[in-house]
Design a protein around this ligand. Structure first.
Ligand SMILES: [Zn+2]
Length: 287
């Protein structure tokens, strides 16, 4: 059964570790992440962007697939199915479709409008027992064609959004989606510490987890980050493993063209990436 991310994140915040959000793209991705979470007894959040939602034939298809897998694979760890960077309309669609967690990204609106829309969704999510993530200060890089400037969030605005009663808060602290440029300045820990102080027990979310050095991840967790989003890293691992299989000519040997064989190395690569992240984030054994 899908659960809200509230309990797992409050526990993570109190226990000074983080739960990974791993974005899914298809059946193989979902299976790899769920099996790894179960094996490591880690809570997990499956992230779905609006683009990935379209790709997977809509939110109800995804809810059906994930619920089916939880049953058929005997998954016992807490699993949240979460809309990633949702629009106001997307959030409503996912609530309707049976997602257990929603991110409403109003960071591109003026703060007053972000506050008003987030507040309305807080009410709806509370009533249905869903968790809600809000965002202040756009995150750099590209997400579904939207390029953010990598702003650093204003701690006062973070407090205003946190006080609306959201479950978790994503705040830009110099993090970027996708690969980090060579001249990246690193995470702004000074601002993170201020946001943490202002928002007290609120679990904070770090987007763009791919390529942030392990020591920075650990420091961010020590300063109140309880959810870390990983997307690009699984994609890179999957692509590299698939490339290796094809370049070695394995698809031309025997039944090597069978998709169950062709995609298997990529699935194993996703599993290894998820395992590495869960170990780094400290969520192993916390389910
Ligand atoms: Zn993000």
């Amino acid at each position: 059964m899908l659960v809200s991310a509230k309990e797992m994140l409050n526990k993570a915040k109190a226990g000074k570790y983080a739960v990974g959000q791993f974005n899914i793209n298809n059946l193989e991705w979902t299976k790899a992440i769920l099996l790894t979470a179960e094996e490591l007894k880690s809570p997990v959040i499956l992230g779905v962007s609006e683009g990935a939602g379209k790709y997977m034939c809509g939110y109800t298809t995804i809810v059906g697939m994930v619920n089916g897998m939880i049953n058929e694979l005997g998954i016992t760890v807490p699993v949240a199915l979460h809309l990633d960077h949702g629009s106001y309309e997307g959030a409503k669609k996912c609530i309707e479709a049976g997602f257990s967690s929603i991110m409403f990204d109003g960071s591109h609106y003026p703060i007053e409008e972000n506050l008003a829309k987030t507040k309305e969704l807080v009410g709806i999510c509370e009533e249905k027992g869903l968790s809600l993530e809000a965002e202040v200060g756009a995150i750099g890089g590209e997400e579904d064609g939207v390029v953010g400037g990598g702003e650093v969030a204003d701690p006062e605005e973070c407090k205003m959004i946190a006080d609306l009663g959201v479950t978790m808060l994503a705040a830009g602290i110099g993090n970027i989606h996708g690969k980090y440029p060579a001249n990246w300045a690193g995470l702004n820990f000074e601002v993170l510490a201020k946001i943490s102080e202002k928002t007290e027990t609120m679990p904070l979310v770090l987007h763009g987890g791919t390529g942030i050095p392990a020591d920075m991840i650990k420091k961010a967790i020590s300063l109140g980050v309880s959810k870390i989003n990983v997307n690009t890293e699984c994609q890179l691992a999957f692509a590299a493993a698939t490339r290796e299989y094809v370049e070695a000519g394995k698809d031309l040997e025997g039944k090597g063209f069978d998709p169950r064989k062709l995609l298997a190395p990529g699935v194993e690569a996703i599993k290894a990436t998820v395992k590495e992240k869960m170990e780094l984030f400290g969520s192993v054994g916390k389910a």
